[in-house]
Design a binder for this molecule. Structure first.
Ligand code: SAM
Ligand code: SF4
Length: 486
């Protein structure tokens, strides 16, 4: 057990780990060569795989879901915890066997693990032909050519500018309703436990105009929900001064949210991840103003102890975080709030752990992603502190946290019984085609009888029952224009 996720979400969907991708629309049969791509980790990695698919498709490679018929196998990797890397290593060993039978086939490693391990990958994991970091995907065609000559091809250069703004991602395994849109890359925060600043480089924001073009295009193609992605969306800042020659105005995250919301009232807007130190009242008022910006904020706290938060270099205290949660509830009273938590960080005592539990008790999160601390080489914590909490203690604390959150999430679901929500239909329910499944504003999964509704519809659903992960209801009326906000 490395992490536990309660409820259902699309941000780090355990069910999607290692998912094989193929385009939702394009016919791969007219391509001479085929690539197979598997993705691990967070939503940003899944979004990156769609950029990679676009680059490869423009260079004559069609996607396949069957790795046995692929000329090129790519694994888009995650380094966030040791277990994530171990999963990829195991998968690469399986591909090694396949390569023995088909020596012409190329295997490449993309993403955070490629960036972290660089050439070491070629020495240690003898099977890979390509190692490509997250800012080097444009060079993939050249690297593939190089690898085809039998040389090992590596590009792990990080960039201060690359945002892939001009590349239209090829939507993979999409339900045609929800899409991720990357608005920035990298991270300038130096949380001491985190490898992301090292694997994904400095923070940079993507040009606002290109984000709007992508979102509008998705809407015109029938998509009804976009999730704007970044490691720290609240520090989004597109400044013309940094891009001489443009006449556009400076755009911050509140402005961007508004611009996307104005595309159409029928396009739902979500975003992730917010950092407690950066989320502003402006952002909260913008969410409150537009009915199509979902009342849901992922606001990771990591620990409830100010002492541990300081060691983690999160730059806020427990009191600051509580004040943010209070402010959210004041400005957006029905806002869903979720978090990330780490147990057993260096020096964490039983008292610190109790503070994490009491903070969870106070916040009553609708959703929580909980992990035990996994030391990552090269991070500030690995260099400065001893990983001194025994694994058994980390796991016991994690289990206590999970048990507590299970109670909170069930109570949160039970509070919704009797309420009516506007639900965006994403498809059939997991159990039966006679029911549809979608999510409400607060990101909760809602299931209800199909009647004449279909994917992409907005439906008002009255909740009659629930489980710990699902609200169960009936349609009460169709709602096109959306609910009114304050
Ligand atoms: N940028 C986001 C933020 O600041 O909240 C999240 C980035 S990270 C991809 C997702 C989560 O993984 C973090 O919020 C943290 O809870 C967890 N995480 C990161 N490094 C970890 C580590 N070394 N051990 C355990 N969990 C970790
Ligand atoms: Fe990692 Fe912190 Fe950046 Fe999130 S904000 S990606 S946890 S360094």
């Amino acid at each position: 057990m490395d992490s536990l996720l309660i409820n259902d979400t699309k941000l780090h969907d355990e069910a999607r780990q290692g998912e094989a991708f193929s385009p939702a629309l394009a016919d791969a049969s007219h391509y001479k060569k085929h690539f197979y791509i598997e993705s691990y980790g967070c939503a940003m990695n899944f979004a990156d795989s769609e950029v990679v698919a676009s680059i490869l498709q423009s260079n004559g490679y069609g996607a396949t879901r069957n790795f046995e018929e692929a000329d090129l196998i790519l694994v888009n990797t995650c380094s966030i915890r040791e277990k994530a890397e171990a999963t990829v290593r195991k998968r690469l060993t399986e591909f090694r066997r396949l390569k023995k039978a088909n020596p012409g086939m190329l295997v490449g490693v993309l993403g955070c693990m490629a960036e972290r391990l660089k050439e070491k990958f070629l020495q240690e994991e003898k099977l890979v032909d390509l190692v490509v970091g997250p800012d080097a995907y444009r060079t993939l065609p050249g690297l593939i050519e190089e690898a085809e000559t039998g040389q090992k091809a590596v590009n792990v250069l990080l960039s201060r500018e690359e945002t892939y703004a001009d590349i239209a991602p090829v939507r993979l395994n999409s339900n045609g309703v929800n899409a991720f849109v990357s608005i920035m890359r990298g991270c300038n925060n130096m949380c001491s436990f985190c490898v992301v600043p090292f694997t994904r480089g400095r923070e940079r924001s993507r040009e606002a105009a290109s984000i709007i073009v992508e979102c509008r295009d998705l809407f015109e193609k029938g998509y009804r929900e976009v999730t704007l992605l970044g490691q720290n969306v609240d520090s989004y800042h597109w400044a013309p001064a940094l891009h001489p020659g443009t006449e556009q105005k400076a755009v911050n995250f509140a402005n961007l949210l508004e611009m996307v919301a104005l595309i159409s009232p029928l396009l739902r807007v979500r975003f992730s991840t917010s950092h407690p130190k950066d989320i502003t009242d402006d952002v909260l008022f913008t969410i409150a103003k537009y009915p199509n910006i979902c009342n849901y904020i992922h606001l990771p706290v990591q620990s409830g102890s100010s002492r541990v938060l300081q060691l983690m270099n999160r730059t806020y205290s427990r009191e600051w975080y509580v004040a943010k949660v209070n402010r959210i509830r004041e400005i957006i009273p029905d806002c869903g709030i979720s978090t990330d938590m780490i147990t057993g960080f260096c020096t964490e005592t039983e008292e610190d752990h109790q503070e994490s539990l009491s903070l969870m008790e106070y916040c009553q999160y609708d959703l929580a992603y909980m992990y035990f601390y996994s030391e990552r080489p090269g991070t500030l914590a690995a260099r400065r502190f001893k990983d001194d909490v025994p694994e058994a203690v980390k796991k016991r604390r994690l289990q206590e946290m999970v048990d507590l959150h299970r109670r909170h999430s069930l109570q949160s679901m039970q509070r919704d019984v009797g309420k009516t929500f506007r639900v965006l239909v994403e498809g059939f329910s997991r159990k039966t085609d006679s029911e549809l499944q979608g999510r409400n504003d607060q990101n909760k999964v809602v299931v209800f009888p199909k009647e004449n509704f279909k994917k992409g519809d907005y439906v008002m659903v009255r909740i009659e029952n629930c489980t710990a992960g699902t609200l169960i209801g009936v349609a009460v009326q169709e709602d096109i224009a959306g609910k009114a906000k304050r």
